[in-house]
Design a protein around this ligand. Structure first.
Ligand SMILES: [Zn+2]
Length: 464
């Protein structure tokens, strides 16, 4: 074993399939070994010691769904790679997967090149989803070029007509092409015709304000679209990953396909697992406008149960860093509002508090949901998502007993609000190592030097 420059001692290592007392030796940015507690450093080296007594030692979080500086219509979310990854690292996430959504007149390949060039500003690594909106004569070649650049997961939408919505033919062609090279389509499913009709009815009744968000995007739109996309995937034998599933019924459709042997996966996002539509009856409904919308409490509970059954594969943030001024501009018309919530920094803590500390979800399952499975399904495993010899030394020292209150002023996201303001949480990232460097130490920034890399995706899956 080569010389170690860092060792994390005295903690409980938690991987997706195992947890136990171990010291983690790190050298040249990689994990060298998991050793018996107190083991001597290799080759007589004298590594810097980080004390993890009483803490969990986790592989850095992998956020499979994170929008950095995302432009939709007249709005652009307010962060860049530097800002987003800083917030990510403070929250225990050390790899983000961003989206290269083509702007007007931009090709999918150009969108990828532009984003990959920004990765170096980051405090941690990043990967990318490409995006296809319309299939044309060049799309097959562009997908091959994107795969050559390490982009193997392709985002698609069945909603937002006239912007990013793809028709069924485009979905089928893209799935077939991407699946053939070991990649996967990741898709936002909400049947646009059902939403358009719901929005038209809401408009007729003068009920388009943020407080009516739930009525304008019904659960049925989601399940209808999921069923159709599953059929398309099955018809061409391609894998498929459903982003931000907000309904237990939609998750169950995917689970049924998986039981038939289909490679189909469900992602949930933290806000759908914790918050409910009651937020739209509050003082600031616009701050909770996201797509799909927050659902009734019974739906949230049913969705959350699938964290325990294993039917939900990953938990992302769907981070979209708008501020209150952007959210308020069209608060009386959800059809014109920017959709999305800031959440890259709170993803782990909210999930841990609600489900591990609160409801007894195992720590290993937590690590699977927030790190290992997102790494596997984005072709980043075992470089990311696990603490094992050879993996990147992205390590989170997690204090499972920390009690804290979420305050916007204590967070690092480039916005002036959090949907969790005032919420009491249990569990928090205390010290975070990125690529072998201690970037956050005891909750404070210890190393501001940018070290972000654009991590190429290999073939996706399978799950453990
Ligand atoms: Zn999203």
């Amino acid at each position: 074993m080569s010389a170690a420059d860092l060792v994390v001692r005295g903690g409980t290592v938690v991987n997706a399939d195992w947890q136990g007392a171990a010291d983690v030796f790190v050298g040249a940015g990689r994990v060298l070994a998991l050793a018996e507690p107190g083991a001597p450093a290799p080759d007589g080296s004298r590594p810097e010691e980080v004390d993890a007594t009483g803490l969990l030692v986790l592989p850095g979080g992998v956020d499979p769904h994170c929008h950095v500086g995302f432009t939709s219509g007249e709005f652009t979310s307010l962060d860049d790679y530097r800002g987003c990854t800083t917030a990510a690292v403070f929250g225990g996430t050390t790899t983000i997967v961003d989206f290269a959504i083509p702007g007007p007149g931009q090709s999918p390949l150009e969108a990828v090149r532009e984003r990959q060039g920004a990765a170096g500003q980051g405090l941690c690594d990043s990967a990318l989803h490409g995006c296809v909106v319309t299939w044309d004569d060049t799309t097959g070649e562009q997908l091959a070029a994107m795969a050559g650049l390490g982009v193997n997961t392709i985002k698609m939408f069945t909603t937002y007509r006239g912007e990013t919505m793809a028709d069924e033919y485009t979905v089928l062609r893209t799935m077939k092409a991407v699946g053939a090279t070991g990649g996967m389509v990741v898709i936002h499913c909400e049947a646009d015709h059902i939403i358009e009709e719901a929005q038209r009815l809401s408009g007729d009744r003068g009920r388009t304000g943020a407080e009516h968000m739930g009525d304008t995007r019904p659960e049925l739109a989601e399940t209808a679209s999921v069923a159709e996309v599953l059929a398309i995937a099955e018809s061409v034998g391609a894998p498929v990953y459903f982003v931000h599933q907000s309904s237990a019924e939609a998750v169950e459709l995917v689970a049924a396909a998986r039981r038939r042997g289909r490679p189909a996966y469900s992602e949930a996002v933290a806000h759908h697992l914790v918050l409910d539509e009651g937020a739209y009856a509050g003082e600031h409904p616009e701050r909770f406008v996201c797509c799909p919308p927050l659902r009734p409490r019974a739906t949230v509970e049913a969705l959350g149960r699938h964290l325990f059954t294993g039917e939900i594969s990953t938990v992302g943030s769907d981070h979209c860093c708008y501020d209150t001024a952007q959210k308020e501009r069209h608060r009386h018309d959800v059809r014109a509002m920017p959709n999305g919530l800031p959440g890259v920094e709170t993803r782990l803590a909210v999930l841990y508090s609600e489900y591990v500390a609160g409801r007894g979800l195992s720590a290993t399952r937590f690590v699977d949901l927030v790190a290992a499975a997102p790494a596997r399904l984005n072709g980043l495993y075992p470089r990311k998502g696990v603490l094992a010899p050879g993996s990147d030394a992205d390590i989170v020292l997690w204090d499972p007993a920390a009690r804290w209150t979420v305050r916007t002023g204590d967070l690092h996201m480039a916005t002036d609000y959090t949907p969790y303001e005032g919420r009491e949480l249990t569990g928090r990232a205390r010290t975070v190592v990125v690529g072998g460097r201690v970037v956050v130490r005891d909750g404070a920034l210890a190393d501001p030097r940018p070290l972000g890399r654009s991590i190429p995706s290999g073939p996706v899956g399978p799950l453990r």
